[in-house]
Design a binder for this molecule. Structure first.
Ligand code: FAD
Ligand code: NAD
Length: 479
């Protein structure tokens, strides 16, 4: 006999745990199945994001930034920081503590909201029945009126560089190195390559990033990417674009990577190699032949705008469906689905998904870029502000980057905001709010910002759209 629930969520990553908590808050009898196993034989909640993604990477990014800031910049501001040292085991232990704290926090939230957790791998059958096999081989059968699939994604592997224990690693391995490699290779100048490459570069590794394309961060604004390349190079990151990795040879404790670029065949030998060439949706052993859930041509679970699959009452959210693989996108989808199940009518606004790359300076954007607008034949006006003119950024000794507001030429409505600079991950929220409310550049111009703040840069960029910025020379002046 199957145990009956109103909602069964498969996967307790950010998309799944948001769906489960919201469903339970709305009075639905909710279960969540998770197969990630902790050392205590209990399921670990939080998925990729909390365990091996957003949280551990940001913990190491923040720690390594503090180190490099102290090393390179403190003397200039009058703080003597001689004798700085890195204690990698301590840095890793603290990262693990942060992760542990947060994953246990999700378990606490499940308990407080009455979500029933099942440990094991779930298989979805016809009629919304879910078969669970625990790591010990025990079976359980559940059934629900509504199923939410939130099984996430896993790293892509490439044949020339098969993962090798502790030497050729994916992002998870790159978050667990026990010492600073002298020379670190990274394949892929995507978000993970830049973030984790930055961590080890700051801690002392010589970092070489091999990127297949002639450009990187294709969805970011080109001017912002040029500035990022300049800043990352200055920090010592050697980003080689237009390289094709053809093979690798493990030699003792080192790995030789063979690649070619416009000049011909080349190689580099590294102490560690990180493969960060993207992630793919994870549906392995999830769908029984009769589940009725279809995949698209790229292996994502096929869903409509409301995250409904082809099977009635079955939804899918997060990395396992189309759209950017970002925790906050999955969280909003999870909440939308739970509320729709409860009869409410929310929608996710896919035009307003912020993206952040947590390098230093941080890169962030929302909405369309100039290159996208040009391709769409849209007419627009750009206002930009260099952070070198920000009083607060100068005071903080962190005055690099720029903020760019792009507005519709006819209506002045904000179409996109792009930035690179300190705390861009926080500043972008102001742009997201403005765009969610359909603001024009003038609306932002007429808003008062506290002085001195980095946010004033966004104000000035909005003012620059109509030639009214105060702290930069405007291309055109407005009376
Ligand atoms: P996941 O977090 O992958 O969770 C899926 C869960 O489902 C897992 O716990 C898995 O064990 C479970 N599961 C799978 N199949 C089954 C099954 N059959 N039965 C039971 N359980 C199952 N995103 C950001 O927005 N910001 C960041 O800063 C950021 N940094 C990142 C850094 C790194 C190094 C990585 C790798 C990713 C990062 N991401 C970041 C991406 C982010 O982690 C993902 O977008 C997010 O975790 C996706 O959430 P999800 O719930 O869809 O899937
Ligand atoms: P990505 O898609 O961001 O970048 C992968 C890069 O690898 C691309 O530039 C691609 O051209 C390159 N590449 C692919 N095959 C290659 C090859 N054979 N040789 C050389 N280069 C190759 O993927 P990622 O960095 O692995 O990140 C995966 C996902 O995780 C992303 O979708 C991202 O959204 C998410 N993530 C987000 C954050 C964040 O929000 N800050 C942080 C980390 C990861």
């Amino acid at each position: 006999m199957a145990t009956k629930f109103d909602v069964i969520v498969i996967g307790a990553g950010p998309a799944g745990y948001h769906a489960a908590i919201r469903a339970a808050q709305l009075g639905l009898r909710t279960a969540c199945v998770e197969k990630w196993l902790g050392s205590d034989d209990k399921p670990v909640l939080g998925g990729t994001c909390l365990n091996v993604g957003c949280i551990p990477s940001k913990t190491l990014l923040d720690a390594s930034h503090k180190f490099i800031d102290a090393k390179n910049n403190f003397a200039e501001i009058g703080i003597i920081s001689d004798g700085l040292e890195i204690n990698v085991p301590q840095m890793m232990a603290r990262k693990n503590k942060v992760v542990d704290n947060l994953t246990k926090g999700v378990a606490g939230l499940f308990k407080a909201n009455g979500v029933t957790v099942f440990e094991g791998s779930a298989v979805l059958h016809a009629g919304r029945s879910v078969e669970i096999t625990s790591h010990k081989g025990d079976k359980a059968l559940l059934q629900a009126d509504h199923i939410v699939i939130a099984t996430g994604s896993v790293p892509v592997e490439i044949p020339p560089c098969p993962l090798t224990d502790g030497l050729i690693v994916d992002s998870t391995g790159a978050l667990e190195l026990d010492a600073v490699p002298q020379k670190l290779g990274v394949i892929g100048a995507g978000v993970i390559g830049l973030e984790l490459g930055s961590v080890w570069n700051r801690l002392g590794s010589e970092v070489i990033v091999l990127e297949a394309l002639e450009e990187f961060l294709p969805f970011a604004d080109r001017q912002v990417v040029r500035e990022a390349l300049k800043q990352l190079k200055k920090q010592g990151m050697d980003i080689r674009l237009g390289t094709r990795v053809t093979g690798s040879e493990v030699k003792g404790k080192k790995v030789k990577v063979l690649y070619s670029d416009a000049e011909g065949d080349k190689s580099e030998t590294f102490d560690k190699l990180v493969v960060a060439v993207g992630r793919k949706p994870y549906t392995q052993d999830l769908l029984a032949a009769d589940s009725g859930v279809a995949l698209d041509e790229r292996g994502f679970i096929y869903v409509n705008d409301l995250c409904s699959t082809d099977a009635p009452g079955v939804y899918a959210v997060g990395d396992v469906v189309r759209g950017p693989m970002l925790a906050h996108k999955g969280m909003e989808e999870g909440i939308m689905v739970a509320e729709r199940i409860a009869g409410q009518k929310p929608m996710v606004n896919y035009d307003c998904v912020p993206a952040v790359v947590y390098t230093h300076p941080e890169i962030a954007w929302v909405g369309k870029s100039e290159q996208e607008l040009k391709a769409d034949g849209e007419t627009y006006v750009v206002g930009s502000f260099p952070m070198a003119a920000s009083g607060r950024a100068l005071a903080a000794n962190d005055a690099v980057g720029l903020i760019k507001v792009i507005a519709d030429k006819e209506t002045d409505r904000i179409l996109g905001v792009h930035m690179i600079g300190a705390h861009a991950s926080e500043l972008i929220a102001e742009a997201v709010i403005a765009m969610e409310f359909g603001a024009s550049a003038e609306d932002l111009s007429l808003t008062m910002f506290a002085h001195p703040t980095l946010s004033e840069g966004l104000h000035e960029a909005a003012l620059a759209v109509s030639g009214r910025a105060i702290h930069v020379a405007n291309r055109k002046r407005k009376k």
